[in-house]
Design a protein around this ligand. Structure first.
Ligand code: ZN
Ligand code: CU
Length: 496
């Protein structure tokens, strides 16, 4: 039988994304899909020598805020060169539609950008079809964005017609092929929603294959109540739950993750599909306005000292980037609270890096079988974003799996491929088998490591050799080829 494939990758250590130990195999690619696994008979138009390298499914970043970056920076090098082949956008309640409300968020991350206008989630996905990014993109519907469209910043429960408006926005997204609904319960206006509102809206996911993802109300000393709320929403609504960036934030909350993991285990034992994602760092990142309110630091992330808050992006005053609020207060000759007030007045969309977690907790969460990997990267490409934007996956593989031995490499890969693909219902992705989409990463397991630092974050990891997206080589010898083979991903069970 003679056959000509598009590509053959020969004799790499194949990690298939299921957690199984590696095997040496040839992989043949044809027409965007894996054609053969094992000994590939026949010839190939192009081939790669995989000897000494690991080959795995492309990494799936289930927690991103790349909704607008995928349109504005379709090369997506900051993800692609780190081995990511699929991004799930729309996390933390912040969605891509309706456009007017979504643009408010876009301006915080991309202050100088001009976006093409789209209508609804269908319009957003059609925009990606028309101008594809380098990586695949699946979307979550943002609860906060929907609430803002329905009732502005009202601090109360929705009236019937406001509820109907939110449901219409969410239903449009679901029918367009969204993977679920996300909430951001520390942000305005998501935090004004009560549990009942969230149950009613999450119920729209029931039976559709879509899930409910949540940035919980309190990740500090209120962590356990928050996990209980997330689980209750899933159980009452009858939908799977994804807890975003599982952590205990602030010194007085450290250690609580042992109990929050038990809450997850117990809910799983009762039959709820509840899991979490995590980024591999002891610092978080968000917008300053979410952690400095009414003249003081805190909110859902716990007691916070101004010395632990670093300005990550400020288009109005780039010279503030990389400095702590304490340093800026000294320079301004005022108290940290006064400095933060002034920073927000000049730059309402300022983003921050927060040094608030313990390394023990990071490892405890990462080791747990409920945890998959998601970067939560904030693509403020002009500032000093948290280095997780680039380095999340390489850091889990290099630092946590290889150097610290937290788990075998095969399991680390499973937590960024087969596991998230199953949870987010990404059909034919996250595993290497005949017929699957050819999203692949070839990397050097001895060398792979993140390189970005908080002072110098714009650095691709070391050790990523080649990346294929839908069978097209998008990274070669660590560099983007400039091709944009990504697709808008629609939920397989969506009506259309
Ligand atoms: Zn979040
Ligand atoms: Cu997020």
């Amino acid at each position: 039988m003679s056959h000509t494939y598009d590509w053959v990758i020969r004799e790499a250590s194949l990690y298939d994304g299921t957690g199984a130990p590696p095997v040496i195999a040839d992989i043949a690619i044809e027409g965007g899909r894996i054609a053969e696994v094992g000994a590939a008979g026949g010839t190939a138009r192009a081939s790669l020598d995989g000897r000494g390298l690991a080959l795995s499914p492309g990494f799936i970043d289930v927690h991103t805020h790349d909704d607008f970056a995928a349109v504005l920076h379709p090369q997506m090098e900051f993800k692609l060169c780190g081995g990511v082949t699929t991004c799930v956008v729309g996390n933390c309640g912040m969605g891509a539609a309706p456009f007017a409300e979504a643009s408010v968020m876009a301006r915080a991350f991309h202050p100088h950008a001009v976006l093409p206008e789209w209508r609804g989630y269908a319009g957003y996905l059609a925009q990606l079809d028309a101008a594809p990014p380098a990586v695949n993109v699946g979307v979550l519907i943002g609860h906060g964005t929907a609430r803002m469209a329905a009732m502005g910043q009202e601090v109360r429960a929705p009236e019937a017609k406001e509820m109907a408006r939110m449901k219409a926005i969410i239903t449009e997204g679901l029918e367009a092929g969204a993977l679920g609904l996300s909430s951001g319960l520390i942000y305005d206006p998501g935090r004004f929603a009560g549990t009942d509102e969230l149950v009613e809206l999450a119920s729209l996911m029931r039976g559709t294959g879509a899930l409910y993802a949540t940035h919980m109300r309190d990740e500090s000393t209120g962590l356990l109540e928050s996990v209980n709320e997330a689980i209750a929403i899933g159980e009452r609504a009858g939908v799977p739950v994804q807890i975003s960036h599982h952590k205990a934030s602030g010194r007085s909350a450290w250690g609580l993750v042992r109990e929050s993991l038990q809450l997850i285990e117990r809910a799983q034992a009762r039959g709820l599909g509840v899991h979490a994602d995590q980024y591999p760092y002891t610092a978080g990142s968000t917008i300053l306005s979410a952690v400095f309110r009414d003249g003081k630091f805190g909110g859902g992330i716990g007691e916070l000292s101004a010395g632990d808050v670093v300005i990550a992006s400020s288009a109005a005053r780039p010279e503030w980037e990389g400095k702590t609020v304490v340093e800026l207060a000294l320079a301004m000759g005022c108290e940290p609270e006064a400095a933060a007030t002034r920073i927000l007045a000049e730059e309402p969309g300022a983003t921050v890096v927060l040094h608030v977690m313990s390394e023990d907790d990071v490892r405890t969460v990462m080791r747990h079988r409920s945890t998959m990997i998601g970067s939560d990267g904030i693509p403020t490409l002009e500032g000093k974003p948290h280095p997780r934007l680039y380095g999340t996956f390489a850091r889990v593989l290099g630092r946590y799996a290889r150097d610290l031995g937290l788990f075998p490499l095969a399991e680390a890969i499973y937590r960024m491929t087969g596991f998230p693909a199953a949870k987010f219902a990404l059909e034919g992705r996250g595993v290497v088998k005949p017929g699957a989409h050819a999203d692949l990463v070839l990397f050097d397991p001895e060398r792979i490591i993140d390189r970005g630092t908080f002072a110098d974050p714009h650095r691709a990891p070391d050790g990523i050799v080649s990346v294929f997206v839908n069978g097209v080589k998008a990274v070669e010898q660590g560099r983007a080829t400039g091709l944009r083979p990504g697709r808008a991903l629609r939920r397989a069970t969506a009506r259309s």
